[in-house]
Design a protein around this ligand. Structure first.
Ligand SMILES: C[S@@+](CC[C@H](N)C(=O)[O-])C[C@H]1O[C@@H](n2cnc3c(N)ncnc32)[C@H](O)[C@@H]1O
Length: 207
């Protein structure tokens, strides 16, 4: 498999080297809960959940089940600890060690909260991941996407650098095509990250 391996991510968690981790849920998640994009009672997936801040916030908002998926065992363990400290003890089929390119929900979902999992995958896997996102959702389901903007100088020479990989808006339009997804009109909110990155906040509806 091209790009980072499960061992890469496992080592980052074991070393507690988590530069992407805000230490709390993204403020954009609160915005999406406030405007009804994501809501109580919805069945949500959080691919590449990491330490689980957003999983906890979704559970606290009444979303259930919240499927928290990560293939690094140390990420799943950390998320389980963080959720337990807040009084949540999800079953193994809701907080699970699995590859997002392989996992399937038992039933179609109402929403997917995608934050820094897509940009953690090598571009060789993007078409397969986009197909997964479409497969997971019911018609009318929402993809709440935070598209990492981290264009690197090497791109001008054709180099692919990351993670995090830059999620170009043209690429997103090509892999989430308008005949399968309803796109809102730009401009999209640019959510700042403490590391100096920004993420485009885009809510797509699955056709
Ligand atoms: C950059 S971190 C983001 C974690 C979390 N979403 C956040 O924003 O704090 C990427 C996460 O995706 C996980 N990941 C990467 N590739 C994956 C895959 N193919 N299947 C499942 N998890 C994956 C990594 O283990 C890591 O926890």
């Amino acid at each position: 498999m091209a790009g980072p391996s499960v061992d890469f991510w496992q080592q980052r968690f074991e070393a507690q080297d988590l530069p992407w981790d805000r230490g709390a849920a993204s403020p954009q998640l609160a915005a999406w809960l406030a405007d009804g994009t994501l809501a109580s009672g919805q069945r949500i997936a959080v691919p590449g959940c990491g330490s689980g801040h957003e999983v906890l916030a979704l559970r606290q908002a009444g979303c259930a089940p919240v499927y928290a998926i990560d293939y690094a065992p140390a990420a799943v363990a950390l998320a389980r600890t963080n959720l337990a400290q807040a009084g949540f003890n999800p079953p193994d089929d809701e907080l699970l060690q699995a590859d997002v390119l392989q996992w399937q929900p038992a039933e179609p979902l109402d929403g997917v909260y995608e934050q820094t999992c897509w940009c953690a995958l090598h571009p060789d896997h993007w078409a397969a991941y986009a197909a997964q996102l479409h497969r997971w959702l019911r018609p009318g389901g929402r993809l709440a996407l935070l598209g990492m903007q981290i264009l690197r100088p090497g791109a001008a020479q054709g180099r692919i650098e990351g993670p995090p990989y830059h999620l170009d808006i043209g690429m997103l339009r090509a892999l989430l095509p308008a005949d399968r997804w309803i796109w809102p009109a730009p401009p999209y909110p640019a959510v700042p990250h403490p590391r100096g990155w920004t993420e485009l906040a885009i809510v797509l509806t699955r056709r």
